[in-house]
Design a protein around this ligand. Structure first.
Ligand code: S6P
Ligand code: ZN
Length: 188
């Protein structure tokens, strides 16, 4: 008998911390792209600028800027440090300040830093299974504090946009650094 309603395979799936499926957009950042975010200028100068820091896979089913859609991503941050500061994402506000985002930990250990418009910072532990709601108007950055890759999922509105400039100019007022083998939040 013909099956009129066959069960289709999913269009996308996670496999080995990667997103697999059609139209997945890949991007990556090396130390060279992130030099300005690390506090230890001497240490960054002695690092190989070609060192990979993190990769992102994203499925963006509607055009960027369109309202009403959702994007899904996975970010993989390699373990590593610049001086005592752990590898981390560039960090951003959403261009549309009312747009929130979910993050969830998939592998490894780290810290999610958020910052509001009054520079009030919150740090949340990230681990496989952790869930993080990032309210609209909060800048967000993830730091890999472990010895292995940290990967996390993200879901955000298609009209959120990214504002990296303010983080580059003003930055987060804290840095996550190794102190005797333990991650510590250092005020800058
Ligand atoms: C997008 C979402 C993530 C980040 C990714 C890299 O809104 O927050 O997919 O883009 O984790 O971080 P960043 O700060 O370099 O965009
Ligand atoms: Zn975001």
């Amino acid at each position: 008998m013909d099956n009129k309603f066959p069960i289709e395979p999913p269009v996308h799936r996670f496999s080995d911390q990667m997103m697999v499926g059609c139209e997945v957009v890949h991007s990556s950042r090396k130390l060279n792209d992130l030099a300005d975010i690390f506090v230890d200028r001497e240490a960054i100068g002695s690092c190989d600028p070609d060192t990979p820091v993190y990769e992102v896979d994203a499925y963006m089913p509607v055009a960027e800027g369109v309202s009403g859609g959702l994007y899904l991503g996975v970010t993989r941050i390699l373990p590593g440090k610049v001086g005592r500061e752990y590898f981390m994402t560039k960090g951003h506000f959403h261009r549309l300040e009312t747009r929130p985002e979910f993050y969830w930990g998939m592998q490894g250990e780290g810290v999610l830093l958020t910052m509001d418009r009054n520079c009030r910072v919150r740090a949340e532990a990230m681990f496989a299974g952790s869930i993080h709601y990032i309210a609209g108007g909060l800048a967000h950055r993830v730091v890999n504090t472990g010895n292995a890759q940290l990967s996390f999922g993200a879901c955000w509105p298609s009209d959120a946009g990214h504002n990296y400039e303010e983080i580059l100019h003003a930055g987060f007022p804290v840095s996550v650094q190794d102190r005797d083998g333990e991650p510590a939040l250092i005020e800058l």
